[in-house]
Write a protein that binds this ligand. Structure first.
Ligand SMILES: [Zn+2]
Length: 310
């Protein structure tokens, strides 16, 4: 049986036909961010019909349509996503009206990425796994015995908003001290900008052409490799808080594997170097084995693959 995975993003809606963890055909449509629920349902319906007919298939060949969203997804199949003008929108019911005989599932994008890694990627073969995505923010996904754990109300696994320490700026969620304000790509960029603005000498100043708005996390990692002092300070801070965040995860759930994804994971050598030992510093039992800490396998296809596995 084939499945269709759909990855709804702020810019594009991607759809793929998936079998045994392989995408055989992909289609992309631009997202109409202001179109609301009806337009979104129409676009997803068109994508599904087009991809099925282009593959000389029938919708009855499709076992599941899985959809990943960048927002809050409840267990009732409703979605809230400010960027897409969706507020508690009953997306599952609406799609089911179009494809009555097909299973329709929906999940939050970070959870969906975790499922992709669990089913086909870096967490395959483990029973319990947690994925964290270090990107603009920090997303989280918890998979136990093949099942995504999203909580009683579907709002769990928000690892990015667990508290780490007091920070010098507030999180988008309104609180101060969230994990993502210390360890996301945004956090790395902001802390670098702060040091540059304070007048610190660094090669990053040249790399960003004296415009701190151009600073990227990659620039900071590249400068770190050249032993730039500012980059060293930023990355040392990042690693300390990353170890704390992962320490929290181990203390709370002691999973078999923790997979790190998102743009920051491209610097995998720097991210992983000594990390396990650093994490152990935050555990009461320092001598035990802990989770394997690995780098996520999928980059752009995680959304489609994970949604197809919902
Ligand atoms: Zn927060």
């Amino acid at each position: 049986m084939y499945t269709i995975g759909i990855d709804v993003g702020g810019m594009s809606i991607k759809a793929g036909i998936v079998k045994d963890g392989k995408i055989s055909h992909k289609m992309v449509k631009e997202t109409d961010a202001n179109g609301g629920l009806d337009k979104l349902v129409e676009d997803i319906t068109d994508l599904v019909n087009d991809i099925v007919s282009q593959n000389n298939m029938d919708i009855n060949n499709i076992g599941t349509i899985g959809i990943g969203f960048p927002g809050v997804v409840t267990n009732k199949g409703t979605v809230t996503c400010v960027n897409l003008a969706l507020n508690n929108a009953p997306i599952v019911n609406k799609i089911k009206e179009k494809f009555e005989n097909t299973r329709v599932e929906v999940g939050n994008d970070a959870n969906v990425a975790a499922l992709a890694e669990y089913a086909y990627g870096s967490m395959k073969g483990y029973d319990t796994g947690i994925m964290i995505t270090l990107g603009t923010g920090i997303g989280g996904g918890v998979v136990i015995n093949g099942k995504l754990i999203t909580g009683a109300n579907g709002i769990g696994a928000e690892i990015g908003h667990t508290m780490i320490s007091t920070n010098y700026y507030d999180c988008n969620c309104g609180n101060n001290g969230c994990f993502e304000t210390f360890c996301s790509a945004t956090a790395i960029i902001r802390y670098t900008q702060k040091l540059v603005e304070e007048g610190r000498e660094t090669a990053i100043r040249e790399a960003c052409q004296n415009n701190i708005g151009n600073i990227t996390a990659k620039m900071v990692f590249d400068a770190y490799r050249e032993k730039d002092e500012v980059a060293l300070e930023v990355i040392t801070r990042f690693k300390k808080y990353l170890a704390m965040g992962l320490g929290n995860i181990v203390n709370f759930l002691d999973p078999q594997v923790i997979s790190i994804g998102g743009g920051v994971s491209n610097a995998s050598d720097i991210v992983l170097e000594g990390l396990t030992e650093q994490v152990k510093e935050y555990l009461p039992f320092k001598e035990t084995e802990i989770a394997d800490i690995v780098i996520a396998k999928f980059k752009n296809d995680a959304g489609i693959l994970g949604a197809s596995a919902l």
